[in-house]
Design a protein around this ligand. Structure first.
Ligand code: PAF
Length: 285
């Protein structure tokens, strides 16, 4: 496994591999603190592509909360070990100056995210997706992958990155990979390692609410189903729901009534203690 901190050296190395037209590059961008969810993305890239590149970069411009950035877990040696074990071919580990040579306040790409840019995560985390777009655009320009592997857990982020790719006509295809879960159903996340044991044991309630919605949404009143689940979650003193919604899976507009022939997704964001977690289930494709 080759590790690069420098984009010029990384580009030179990729060019020297002399990949022909039939060889594909898969890319898994991460912010480190890797878990089995990330490793499953690496494995899926390895199955589909000839070369798999991962990046580890905690992007400061996508944090709307400085405390969240400061507390983001960093475990670079362990991450590299896990990537080696997963037979990742190349890892790109830039520092902030490498990605933002003109400073982190440089102008962000101008892109109209429409409703995606104002709803759910975008509303709760102002500026977050602008930072994601900014860093992913740079990473895609550096790595130039054929395929980009993203986790479904960040559902809205997948949609935002698809928009980025469409708007800038980037020659990369997104592969959205299923959310990896702990045995009890909690979605794997780097933030889970910051949960206390009391918080960890109630964090699974988020998944249980999504499952309850999955079981009932086609036959019960949607508003009541949502309200009941929010109330039940908030009864747990460690949990504070930010949103729990059933939306059109393509537009993220709220759905008032069940309709058979449209894509439907349920999404949740909640604080468990001080840790903010998100999750979702696709109810209808
Ligand atoms: O999902 C993440 O880990 C980050 O948002 C990403 C895509 C690596 C950009 O920093």
């Amino acid at each position: 496994m080759k590790v690069f901190q420098d984009k010029i050296a990384l580009r030179r190395y990729i060019q020297e591999l002399n990949l022909d037209i039939n060889h594909t590059i898969g890319f898994v961008p991460t912010m480190g603190a890797l878990h089995d969810g990330h490793i499953s993305l690496i494995k899926q890239s390895k199955q589909r592509c000839n070369i798999t590149i991962a990046s580890i970069f905690v992007n400061p411009t996508q944090f709307n909360d400085i405390n969240d950035f400061n507390k983001y877990p960093i475990q670079i040696d362990k991450d590299l070990e896990m990537l080696l074990e997963a037979s990742c071919d190349i890892v790109y580990v830039p520092n902030v100056e490498e990605i933002y040579p003109n400073g982190v306040d440089e102008e962000k790409p101008k892109i109209d995210l429409g409703f995606l840019g104002t709803t759910l995560e975008a509303e709760k985390r102002p500026g977050h997706y602008e930072g994601v777009v900014q860093v992913v655009k740079k990473l895609l320009e550096i790595v130039q992958p054929d395929f980009l592997f993203l986790g479904q857990k960040d559902y809205q982020q997948c949609m935002v990155i698809q928009r980025l790719i469409d708007v800038f006509n980037i020659k990369t295809n997104i592969i959205i990979c299923e959310t990896m879960r702990e045995k009890d159903g909690l979605a794997m996340s780097s933030r889970n390692m910051r949960l206390s044991s009391a918080e960890r044991s109630v964090a699974v309630n988020l998944y249980q609410a999504l499952k309850d919605i999955q079981d009932k949404y086609a036959r019960e009143n949607i508003e009541t189903l949502i309200d009941n689940n929010i109330q039940k979650l908030n009864e747990e003193s460690l949990i504070q729901v930010e949103y729990l919604v059933i939306v059109d899976g393509k537009t993220l507009e709220n759905i008032k009534e069940y309709q058979e022939n449209i894509p439907i997704t349920t999404l949740i964001a909640a604080k468990v203690g001080n840790i903010r977690l998100i999750d979702n289930l696709i109810l209808n494709r």
